[in-house]
Write a protein that binds this ligand. Sequence first.
Ligand code: AMP
Ligand code: ZN
Ligand code: FE
Ligand code: FE
Length: 311
Amino acid sequence: MTTGRRSAGLSGVRNRLSGVRIDLHTHSTASDGTLSPSAVIEAAADSRLDVIGLTDHDSAAGWAQAADAAAANGIMLVPGMEVSTKHAGAGVHLLAYLADPAYPFLDEELALILQGREARLAAVLEKLRDAGIDITEDEVRRQADPSPAIGRPHIADVLVAKGVVGDRSEAFDRLLDSGQRGYVERYAAPTAAMIRLVTQAGGAAVIAHPWGRGSRRVLDLATLTGLREAGLVGLEVDHQDHSREDRGTLRGMAAELDLVVTGASDFHGDGKVDHELGCNLTAPAELERLLAAAAANAAASGRGVPEVVRP
Ligand code: AMP
Ligand code: ZN
Ligand code: FE
Ligand code: FE
C-alpha cells in the first residue's frame, strides 16, 4: 500500500456507479469499534458504500487487513487515523488521511499518545476502585485486544460484562465522562502541531466533529483560520454530533476558509448507537479535493506515502 504516485480522481468509481456513496470516518477493533477491519469493509459493502475511510484512534494497525478486504469487496479504501489533540484545553479529534505513520516525528507523537492512554488506564481503575468498582488492567487489556489504543470504551465494555452498567453510554454518563468519578485526563498533542506533522507526513488533516462535545467552545472562525495556516484541509461538517443549524454554520465557515467539507458516520459497530454506516456522506467533489491536497502534501514530503486502495 506504500510508495508511488497518487492519482487523485474517482473516475474509475464514477464510471461504475452514478451515485457514489462515501463514508470517511469509521472505527474497527484496531481501536474502539466492535467489528474487525475486514468486517467493517464487508459491512460497508452491505451498506452499498463505494468509498470508506478507516480512521481508528491514534493507530494505523487496521490498514493492512482493511486493504485486503477492500480489494476483495471492490470498495475504495482511504486509510486514515483519528488523532487525539488538544487546543486551548479542549480535546480536538483530527482525522489524518493518507499520512505516513512511520514519519519519525508523527510516529513519536503517536507513541506519546498511546503511552498516555496506558498511563490513564491505571489511574482510571484506581478511581473506580475508590468508587467501589473493582476491575483489573488485565480484564481491560483482554477486552481491548487487538487494539493498540486502550480507550474508555474498552473499560466501559468490561463494566457492561460485569453488570455494573447496561451499555457503553451508561458507563460514560455515570463514570467515565469528564466530571464523573472515573474521569482522568490523558496526553494529547497540540492541534496545530499535529496538523503540521500530518501535512509533513504527506497526509491531509480534517477536524472531526468540530462542534461535538469537547471542541465546540474553542473552534471559532479565528481559531480555524489559524489552523488553516498550519495546513488544515477540511472540516467534518456532516456528523451526528451536529444539529442541522450547526451544519449550516460550519458549511459557511468552510466555504469562507476554502476548506473541504466531509460527512461521515463515525461508525463503531455496536459500540455507538445512531452512527450507522452511510448515515452521513461526503460529496465526490469534496473527496477529489481532499485527495488532491493529500497528493500535493505527499509530493512536497518527498516520502513514500500510503496509497488509496482502488477497486
Ligand atoms: P478515549 O479515546 O478513551 O478518550 O474515549 C473516547 C471515545 O469514546 C470516543 O472517541 C468515542 O468513540 C467513545 N465515546 C465517547 N462518549 C461515548 C458515549 N457516551 N457512549 C459511547 N461511546 C462514547
Ligand atoms: Zn471511538
Ligand atoms: Fe472522535
Ligand atoms: Fe471517531
